[in-house]
Design a protein around this ligand. Structure first.
Ligand SMILES: [Mn+2]
Length: 497
């Protein structure tokens, strides 16, 4: 700011500031960096190179190329817990001044209203990180839901986005991320559309221990550990009690979750949709033409009925799934966005995706085994030869295709249906509404498989209507057989109670 006498405001004044050092570089023998304490931000000019991190800088305000700069006299770098606490304090202070939109969610029901404070908090965390120039790492699940959510969040601010092709945030994933964020000051790591299960807990613990702030946005059934590990967990499985916002209803037991009681299946709120709400709360609600359609793609991708979707949404979701199954790690969000804007390429991808599903579906018909157990129609499909690793369609997609055509026959009669696909190191389940009503939930089947075959079933989980479990190679069919026994038991116990 200039004064009438040409002097800069505060020029010549001696100040001391403790803050986050960003964008530190050496130019022509001078050290130039930015320091912010959340309220004030200065360009710092000094002789010694400044390390990114937390520092206490004292010096004299002056002017350089028309802007106020701080000529550093002394710089004291702050390390360890002291730095961590200082950074937390700065982030909290900066967060308070960030305006968060109080807007109606696109889906207005009890769950979404109850989730509003968490969604606002997530937006605040992201915008605070942006304001302080902190590094933001986004790990998104590699399917239409995860990709559409990632698109929404990256519209809010720049972040480094990595696709995650597994449903579990493993220690290996954490190691990769730690290598990336190791030198950053309080980086923000966002985990989108996965990471809720206890199997991800160890990986997330490592992130936390490294000093990162962890935000998980997910809609998969959650384990007990996630709440302790993440700084903020946005999930329809854990919502604030409307009567008493101080108390959160939480627990691995579905019966203690009010979300479950109210809706039947909290998984129905896809992570991509939740991410869209975060983006809207962060200020993108006026750009609905850009952000809002992404929520419909996520619903189409995850087969959620919480909002109206059309054929176009389904096509976009299919193409994203198609692309995602061929994309490895790395920042490929731009790639996804570009394809969506190229009608010809989009159409040919859509055609290929549809053709591939139909081809596989035809050959599945020859090997499918259809049985009936306790009034439940069970279709078992051997996916060993059909599904190729890292290619489209995935085992899940094949199971869904079989499920959809069989469901077509079942829906008229209200017949419970379970599709079990096995092979290639995993077993996948698709369950219809009528089967869920009889107590058969895909994620429950998997929980019981883990109990009865702990040596064969590894990680796994999912929703009531769709879930998968990784099993030891060569034992897929055994696990599928055990699943049929579990289904029989579940039906039996339901009819007793
Ligand atoms: Mn999802």
């Amino acid at each position: 700011m200039h004064r009438s006498d040409g002097m800069m405001l505060g020029e010549g004044q001696e100040i001391e500031i403790t803050g986050i050092i960003m964008r530190s570089q050496m130019i022509r023998g001078q050290s130039i960096a930015t320091i912010t304490n959340g309220n004030e931000t200065y360009k710092v000019i000094g002789k010694e190179p400044l390390a990114n991190g937390i520092a206490k800088v004292s010096g004299i305000l002056g002017e350089s190329e028309g802007e106020t700069v701080l000529y550093a006299n002394s710089v004291e770098t702050i390390f360890g817990d002291l730095a961590k606490n200082e950074c937390k304090k700065i982030a909290e202070g900066a967060g308070k001044t960030i305006p968060i939109m109080d807007i109606e969610p696109l889906v207005t029901d009890e769950i979404m209203n109850a989730l509003k404070p968490k969604i606002a908090e997530a937006a605040r965390k992201i915008l605070t990180a942006r304001k302080l120039g902190r590094f933001i790492l986004l790990r998104f699940h590699g399917d239409a839901d995860g990709v559409s959510g990632a698109m929404a969040l990256t519209k809010l601010c720049r972040m480094y986005a990595i696709q995650q092709n597994s449903a579990v945030y493993s220690v290996k994933d954490a190691m990769k991320d730690l290598a990336q964020i190791h030198y950053e000051t309080m980086p923000l790591v966002i985990i989108l559309d996965f990471g809720s299960s206890d199997e991800s807990a160890e990986g997330i613990q490592l992130l936390k221990a490294s000093g990162a702030e962890v935000l998980v946005i997910d809609h998969h059934p959650c384990g007990e550990k996630i709440k302790k590990n993440s700084d903020l967990f946005v999930s329809p499985w854990i919502v604030d009690d409307a009567q008493n916002a101080e108390h959160e209803t939480f627990g691995p037991e579905p019966k203690t979750l009010n979300a479950k009681q109210k809706t039947g299946d909290p998984s129905q709120y896809p992570a991509g949709y939740l991410a869209v709400e975060v983006a809207r709360a962060g200020g993108l609600n006026n750009e609905n033409y850009e952000v809002e359609p992404l929520s419909r793609i996520s619903c189409a991708g995850d087969k959620s009925g919480i909002m109206k979707i059309d054929e176009k949404d389904k096509e976009r979701a299919l193409v994203l799934d198609y692309m995602a199954s061929y994309s490895g790690f790395g920042n490929n969000l731009d790639f996804y966005e570009n394809i969506m804007k190229k009608p010809e390429l989009f159409q040919s991808m859509l055609l290929q995706a549809k053709e591939k599903i139909e081809q596989i579906y035809e050959s599945v018909g020859k090997t499918a085994k259809i049985t009936e157990e306790s009034g439940i129609k069970i279709v078992s499909i051997d996916l060993e030869k059909l599904a190729k690793k890292h290619e489209f369609p995935s085992k899940g997609k094949i199971a869904t295709r079989v499920f959809e055509s069989t469901q077509h026959e079942c829906s008229n009669t209200g017949k419970p249906l379970v599709v079990i696909g096995y092979g290639g190191g995993s077993v996948v389940f698709r369950v219809n509404e009528d089967a869920v009503a009889r107590g058969i939930e895909a994620n429950r089947i998997i929980e019981q498989i883990k109990e009865s075959m702990p040596d064969f079933a590894e990680t796994g989980g999912g929703h009531a209507k769709a879930a998968s479990v990784r099993v030891r190679d060569g034992f897929e069919q055994n696990v599928a057989k055990e699943a049929v026994e579990i289904i029989k038991r579940l039906v039996g116990s339901k009819s007793i109670s």
